[in-house]
Design a protein around this ligand. Structure first.
Ligand code: NAP
Length: 285
């Protein structure tokens, strides 16, 4: 029977620490960090993510604004807005909520965000710095996953870690961070032959696929730590669920994250941490 890794609680305590830090920074520098979120269109998923980010920023005491644009905004207009925020010395973090409408080149928009304000750490310069082991902020979901692993007290160094999924925003960076923690890392994907056999080698199994209950209990090594990043709708009841068959997997794993309440809250808390870090770098320069 697993111990459940309570992402909600761990995120809450991270945000409380940041809130105390923001009070301290305000006393010292006379202002608080300022996050600007750009939302294009009204996709319900994106609106809900942006609302969650604003709520967390308010909890931490980070000033925040959501700039909403119609889906018809042109690429040039959006790029001009990002440039304007880059130049605004009162703005410490810029986040463009993805996905953007098809007529806008997402890569171009993300690459335009100044590296000093790139709180998502998605820009090519931030990614390069991470892979080159240069000082940089760490992307939020992978960072949150490492914090959840560390919260269990298990030693990551020397462990067999398997990451299922190789996306730029989750699978690849989390594999890189696990490697930096001296785990031996295997990255599995849709072409991996015998996924079950590969997954069963893992002391640490991180699953970021986006397919409901794809990872079943028989794919988990007894005593493994399982981090479920997936966010799906359960076809049985319409509720949110992960990529792992949670009910059965928790009988096998030593530690497991639930969905919701695992990785999701940590992603948002780490975004707040990145915003505060950027602010500190700026004011203490
Ligand atoms: P993605 O870009 O669609 O990548 C999915 C990955 O899963 C790909 O690498 C794909 O392999 C692999 N895959 C697909 N089917 C597979 C199969 N049958 N067996 C093995 N691997 C398979 O998704 P993502 O952006 O990484 O997100 C993954 C999930 O995490 C989604 O549910 C997303 O909503 C969730 N997510 C959650 C958070 C959070 O904060 N909680 C943050 C980000 C994402 P190929 O590369 O071979 O196609």
């Amino acid at each position: 029977m697993s111990e459940i890794i309570n992402g909600k609680e761990i995120a809450k305590s991270l945000k409380e620490g940041l809130a105390a830090k923001v009070v301290e920074l305000n006393e010292k520098y006379g202002r608080t960090p300022n996050l600007v979120v750009i939302l294009v269109g009204d996709d319900p998923g994106s609106v809900s993510y942006v609302t969650g980010k604003a709520k967390a920023a308010n909890e931490v005491g980070i000033r925040n604004t959501t700039l909403r644009f119609p889906v018809t905004i042109s690429e040039d207009e959006l790029l001009a807005k990002v440039e304007e925020l880059n130049a605004d010395t009162d703005v410490d973090g810029i986040l463009v909520q993805l996905p953007l409408p098809k007529h806008i080149d997402e890569n171009k928009v993300i690459a335009t965000i100044s590296i000093d304000k790139d709180v998502d750490a998605f820009s090519p310069m931030s990614v390069a710095r991470l892979w080159l082991k240069q000082p940089t902020i760490v992307p939020c979901t992978p960072n949150g996953i490492i914090k959840l692993l560390k919260s269990t007290g298990i030693e990551i160094s020397g462990k067999e870690a398997v990451v299922i999924g190789r996306s730029n925003i989750v699978g690849l960076p989390v594999a890189k961070l696990l490697l930096d923690e001296n785990a031996t890392v295997t990255i599995a994907h849709s072409r991996t032959r015998n996924l079950a056999e590969v997954a069963r080698r893992a002391d640490i199994l991180v699953v970021a696929i986006g397919r409901e209950r794809l990872v079943t209990a028989d794919m988990i090594k007894p005593g493994a730590v399982v981090i479920d990043v997936g966010v799906n709708r359960d076809t049985r009841n319409g509720k949110l669920c992960g990529d792992v068959d949670y009910e059965n997997a928790k009988e096998v794993a030593a530690y497991i994250t639930p969905v919701p309440g695992g990785v999701g809250p940590m992603t948002i808390a780490c975004l707040m941490e990145n915003t505060v870090e950027n602010f500190i770098k700026k004011v203490e320069k």
